[in-house]
Design a protein around this ligand. Sequence first.
Ligand SMILES: NC(=O)c1ccc[n+]([C@@H]2O[C@H](COP(=O)([O-])OP(=O)(O)OC[C@H]3O[C@@H](n4cnc5c(N)ncnc54)[C@H](OP(=O)(O)O)[C@@H]3O)[C@@H](O)[C@H]2O)c1
Length: 298
Amino acid sequence: MSILVTGAAGQLGSELCTRLGQRATGIDVGHLDLTNATELAAYLESASPEAVINCAAFTQVDRAENEAARCHAINADAVRVLAEACRKLDVPLVQISTDYVFGGVFGGEQGRTAPYTEDDAPAPLGAYGASKLAGERHAATWRRHVIVRSCGLYAAARPGQQFANFAQTMLRLGRERDTVQVVADQVCSPTYVPNLAAAVLFLLEAKAYGTFHVVDRGATSWHGFAEELFRQADLSTRVEAISTEQYIAARIRSGASVGEIAARPAYSVLDTAKYGRLGGPEMPAWQDGIAAYLAATR
Ligand SMILES: NC(=O)c1ccc[n+]([C@@H]2O[C@H](COP(=O)([O-])OP(=O)(O)OC[C@H]3O[C@@H](n4cnc5c(N)ncnc54)[C@H](OP(=O)(O)O)[C@@H]3O)[C@@H](O)[C@H]2O)c1
């Protein structure tokens, strides 16, 4: 018996597979497209894993706006199949979710400064967040579910891997340019993937069923994150603060249409107290996440 990790080629899935070693069976879209419900159900029945950690997802937030059906098929419909299979096998399902389930009208009010707890009502702003929330609801139909909401994931790619994340994009731009413009009015808790992976495995081993917020400690804007990244990377690149409105205007000037740009929460900091009470691996400060990331990229 092994732990089935979906999205095994992705940032979190690959980290979990590395940590689990021989205990993991990793699958990705090249092996099995999760949107093929019949194949997925048959695969799970024959593989009979001891647990499923679902890291597979349609994660391109902007593209989701124009590809909402595909996004929903991966992020929601596939989770329904996984939950049904896990119920039949009587094994836990760990479903990775996102801070983007928050930010809409029921609590995403401008000026919010209180981190969201697991009891806050989700209200996604865009197609990606809505699909992830639907996925959570499917996962929660099976009693032995662990829903882990995290935020702004970034990992260092190992040889042969290619990840698209904010830290990597900023490092590239920082080396190419004197100045970069970064939004300063979206505040969250960017999280270094190995920190999240340790917490996910702890929650699974602890049989801690329910929903948990797991992010690196503290909060910052993407502007603040880029400044700290450059400081620690010894890059003298200037980080110019812009508003989301200015960012969208610039994207439109360079050819994007409004419908291709997803609305994002102005504030989506997650309260991790519920996770913290379990006594698992402590989540480091986001600045320490950057330090570990830079060390891993060297
Ligand atoms: N990235 C973030 O900032 C962030 C923040 C909060 C929460 N999360 C959540 O955390 C989880 C892990 O994120 P991540 O950053 O590790 O994602 P990732 O790097 O994008 O990995 C996701 C993996 O799922 C695969 N996949 C996509 N569609 C699939 C399909 N139909 N069938 C099978 N596999 C498929 C992807 O393959 P392709 O690359 O070929 O599509 C990719 O290898 C996701 O649930 C995500 O929603 C992410």
